[in-house]
Design a protein. Structure first.
Length: 327
């Protein structure tokens, strides 16, 4: 599916941007990429419940690195005068690394399960702990998980609503910032028409800065854990308000931030808050003492659903901003 998405987006780039076919092909490619990525994230996060909670940093750091590589690849190859369709064909080769990584992870998980089984002494624990360990030994047994349903959703969501809600809003704030507010600011100031590599590619560079912040904070779990996830909500909300005010003022002739390098630093900060929220929320869910082992995969899926809902709402915000509020 990911390969098909890359091929379609490459084809759309080859076609004239004025043709309706190019738009619908790119739209279809985006839907395929989104479907594949969201499904993969839900599967992998549920898969990780069989590992120690600290290891979620491997997944979060890897996704942060993927963002840096993706944004960095576009900036680098654009500087080397690659056509857009060629850039996506180059990115096509990265799919192989995803496949090899999952194969390796699967082997490590089976190995970990065997070691846990050998080292667990079930007779020395209480019955409830025994059930948890026995479940951990059967990490490949998906049918042990709680199935999605209204009652199950309400039961599990009641334990993690504050975690899911915080992450959903954080992602709404940050995706609104870099898909809408910064885009409108750059367009209004005419930076994309100014000479110089920084100005012509400012949006891509801002995205790269954001992804660098995400990578650093998503990799920070081993150094610092912040279970008070509301902190990230407050910090990201402050960035959201700042950039919203920036757009409003720019369209009224007042500019708070003119220097593109300051914009880069601010987007790096947005990425730090978003990545920190993600890795700490996922860690809190996997290590949640009130969640049964067989409830954790559903909990992680609920969290990713709300997270993606926040991203969708940010996309809707961007469409409204760019077409009706500040076209």
């Amino acid at each position: 599916m990911m390969v098909l998405g890359y091929l379609l987006i490459s084809v759309s780039c080859l076609l004239s941007s004025t043709t309706v076919y190019s738009f619908f092909i790119s739209l279809g490619a985006s839907c395929i990429h989104g479907l594949t990525s969201c499904f993969g994230e839900s599967v992998i996060l549920g898969y990780l419940k069989g590992f120690p909670a600290d290891l979620v940093v491997g997944w979060s750091s890897g996704t942060g690195f993927a963002g840096v590589v993706g944004a960095g690849l576009v900036v680098l190859l654009t500087a080397l005068d690659f056509e857009l369709f060629a850039i996506y064909l180059v990115a096509l080769g990265l799919v192989l690394f995803y496949l090899l990584s999952f194969i390796y992870l699967n082997r490590q998980k089976n190995k970990f399960a065997r070691i846990e089984k050998e080292n667990s002494v079930l007779e020395s624990v209480e019955s409830e702990q025994k059930e948890e360990i026995q479940s951990a030994e059967q990490v490949d047994e998906a049918k042990e998980n709680v199935k999605m349903g209204f009652s199950a959703f309400c039961h599990v969501f009641g334990k993690i609503w504050y975690l899911c809600g915080s992450l959903a809003f954080v992602y709404y704030f940050e995706y609104s910032i870099f898909t809408s507010f910064t885009d409108r600011t750059i367009k209004k100031l005419g930076y994309d028409h100014r000479p110089g590599f920084i100005y012509k590619n400012l949006f891509e560079i801002l995205l790269l800065a954001y992804q660098c912040g995400v990578l650093i904070s998503r990799s920070s779990l081993k150094l610092i854990k912040i279970p008070e996830v509301w902190v990230f909500f407050v910090l990201q909300l402050s960035s959201y308000i700042f950039w919203l005010m920036e757009v409003i003022l720019v369209y009224n002739g007042i500019v708070m931030v003119k220097n593109p390098y300051i914009m880069i630093i601010l987007l790096f900060y947005v990425g730090l808050c978003g990545g920190g929220s993600y890795v700490n929320v996922m860690y809190c869910i996997i290590s949640h003492d009130k969640l049964k082992f067989y409830e954790k995969e559903l909990a992680l899926n609920i969290c990713t659903i709300l997270n993606d809902t926040g991203v969708i709402c940010a996309s809707i915000t961007a469409l409204i901003m760019s077409n009706w509020v500040y076209p």
